[in-house]
Design a protein around this ligand. Sequence first.
Ligand code: SAH
Length: 255
Amino acid sequence: FTEADVYQQSFNPQAYLKEFYSMSDDKEGANTLLMQNLRSLHKMFSLDGLKGDTLIDVGCGPTIYQLLSACECFQEIIALDYTDQNRRELEKWLRNEEGAFDWVPVVKYVCELEGDREKWAEKQEKVRKKVKQVLKCDVTKANPTGPVSLPPADCIVSTLCLEGACKDLPTFRSALKNIGTLVKPGGHLVMVTVLGETYYAFNQQVFSCLCLEKHEVEAAVEAAGFEVRLSEAQPYALIDETMDCRGVLALVARR
Ligand code: SAH
């Protein structure tokens, strides 16, 4: 199991982005997974009731793709992650600094899903304006943002985080309870989780992944006080050395 401290010491945000989010032609597996997740996020954030003032992104990593559909539904966004270098990499992009990752191909794809590929620059600006804070969190703590306490949000989104952050199913179940406290009663949880995966690798480093089944995720979400509104698993068949993922679950639940 890859402890949070290992993430802090050795997760390289730029290598991660290059491996999984660059949309380059030689990354067929990563591209398939990314586009599938973007379509799922587009669909989930189009559901009735998925709008409000505040959204919290739990385990954001150095990425923004998970905010591209969400930013149309919420006014203010707070992004949380455990590792300093991931939060810094995200801030670099938010401030449009030199050397920040190029998300343009990904942003264009989402704009195309929304019906107007030409709106990509506008959408980038929207994300940059709406993300108000980038803070440290630990999903294994009862108050994930402690010692800071955030007012509960209208929605939380979490993509590909808990399965990496939790060593076993009991820890995963309690992490869902912990992050559940970040959302108001009546608010939503939007999640993208890989199924049947035991590891992912990039930059010659291997990170462990809690091997999950669809029903285990749904049961954990319900035990954390949520009612599942949408839960769709898609098979993932491509096998390469970067991960052994068998499927992806897109889930929306209401607290
Ligand atoms: N959401 C991004 C990043 C996923 S990578 C994406 O969809 O690509 C997994 C992330 O989980 C890393 O950024 C890592 O720093 C974070 N993480 C690992 N353990 C954590 C913990 N205990 N609490 C919060 N975040 C954690």
